[in-house]
Design a protein around this ligand. Structure first.
Ligand code: NAD
Ligand code: UD1
Length: 345
């Protein structure tokens, strides 16, 4: 495997970060993972090593702690840049604990940017979210759609982080910054050696489905059956986490190959196809052979009716396209859940 250079990944022990680390290592990059393990487990590194054949260098650190971060970035100042996943991400929790979300998500980014600029690390990829669009007026939503007022402190942190990045690039503090606006990441590596580790009762649809199928949850609730959609349930653009991981590598390669001028760019990262909640349930039933018991209940406050991505910009400029189907997403999520159930027995 050729060494294509060193990349620092914050939050690399987490759900999306771990899949990105696998993808980068398989492509020949040397990866340095920074994670405080506040929402992940050290055993993830074993999974990454088993899949990619390489155990990444790991530093357990809270990126908000500047002196500790400084020592690590100083050691790895020869890296090309940083992929920044580390953040808190639970929408409901952010409503209850807004200050913790602002402190970690904004404080973490500011600490990282300051320290990066000190050591001449001037390329960054940032995890943003389609939540910035709210309910778009036109679908599929393009990057030209206006950013809507955030529905939660979590969503607000993503918007503010994007603004901070834009201003930092405008001031020529960084050479290249790309925000990737993820739609709904689901699924797991086909090996089932890494995947999502939701804490407590999952809020998101796919982990709730797999836990219900595994008998860990009694009732799957479908939040709203009276939306203005073909089957009455909300529509989202679910994207396989391995496709999402590849998007980071291609964004990184755009920064590596681009000319020296400073620019802030942002891209939608979805499949370009919308699926309703009932379609996700049907896909899961198809691939697992399990019939799910579910009940249609009231709408969940704050949910948008429908959103899916126009991915033309990422397709044309990054040369990236999602390849995996909804059935592959459901099957890999199920394989991962079954593996976790076996390991608990
Ligand atoms: P995750 O919680 O699985 O991963 C985040 C990782 O960051 C965890 O391992 C956690 O321990 C670590 N972390 C958090 N704060 C830290 C800190 N201060 N210092 C060091 N490490 C810290 O979440 P994920 O689903 O992999 O999400 C990754 C990123 O993508 C987040 O920024 C999230 O907001 C964003 N995002 C996620 C989704 C999604 O549906 N999962 C959608 C849109 C955007
Ligand atoms: C949510 C967040 C979004 C975040 C994303 C990933 C909200 C309003 N949005 O998106 O900001 O980026 O998670 O973490 O919280 N559903 C059910 N039953 C369930 C769970 C979900 O019917 O038990 C439905 C929801 O109503 C929604 C769809 O499934 O229509 C997807 O829900 P979810 O996985 O939580 O993602 P989002 O709401 O799209």
């Amino acid at each position: 495997m050729s060494d294509k250079g060193k990349i620092i990944v914050t939050g690399g022990a987490g759900y999306i970060g771990s899949h990105c680390v696998v993808d980068l290592q398989l492509a020949g990059y040397t990866v340095i993972v920074l994670d405080d393990l506040s929402n992940s487990e050290i055993g993830v590194l074993d999974g990454i090593a088993a899949i990619s054949g390489v155990r990444p260098v790991f530093h357990q650190v809270d990126i908000c702690e500047r002196s500790a971060l400084r020592a690590i970035l100083k050691e790895h100042r020869d890296a090309f840049g940083v992929i920044h996943f580390a953040a808190f991400k639970a929408v409901g929790e952010s409503v209850e604990k807004p200050l913790a979300y602002y402190a970690n998500n904004l404080g973490g980014l500011l600490s990282l940017l300051d320290t990066m600029s000190e050591f001449g690390l001037d390329n960054l990829i940032f995890s943003s979210s389609c939540t910035v669009y709210g309910q778009p007026a036109e679908l599929p939503v393009t990057e030209n759609a206006p950013v809507q007022p955030a529905q939660s402190p979590y969503g607000n942190t993503k918007q503010i982080c994007e603004e901070i990045l834009q201003d930092a690039v405008a001031a020529n503090l960084f050479r290249g910054v790309i925000s990737l606006r993820y739609f709904n990441p689901v699924g797991a590596d086909p090996s089932a050696l890494i995947g999502e580790l939701p804490l407590g009762i999952p809020n998101n649809l796919m982990p709730f489905i797999t836990q219900a199928a595994a008998g860990l949850r009694t009732e799957l609730k479908v939040f709203g059956g009276d939306y203005n959609t073909p089957d009455g349930t909300p529509i989202r653009d679910y994207i396989h986490v391995s496709d999402l991981a590849e998007a980071h590598r291609l964004a990184l390669e755009r920064l590596i190959n681009k000319e020296q001028s400073s620019a802030y760019e942002y891209y939608n990262i979805g499949t370009g196809r919308g699926s309703s909640v009932l379609e996700v349930i049907q896909a899961f039933e198809r691939v697992s052979g399990i019939r799910l018991k579910y009940k249609i209940v009231d709408r969940r406050p704050g949910d948008v009716e429908q959103v899916w991505a126009d991915t033309t910009k990422a397709n044309e400029i990054l040369g990236w396209k999602a390849r995996r189907t909804l059935d592959e997403m459901a099957a890999s999520a199920w394989a991962w859940e079954k593996k976790r159930v076996e390991s608990r027995e």
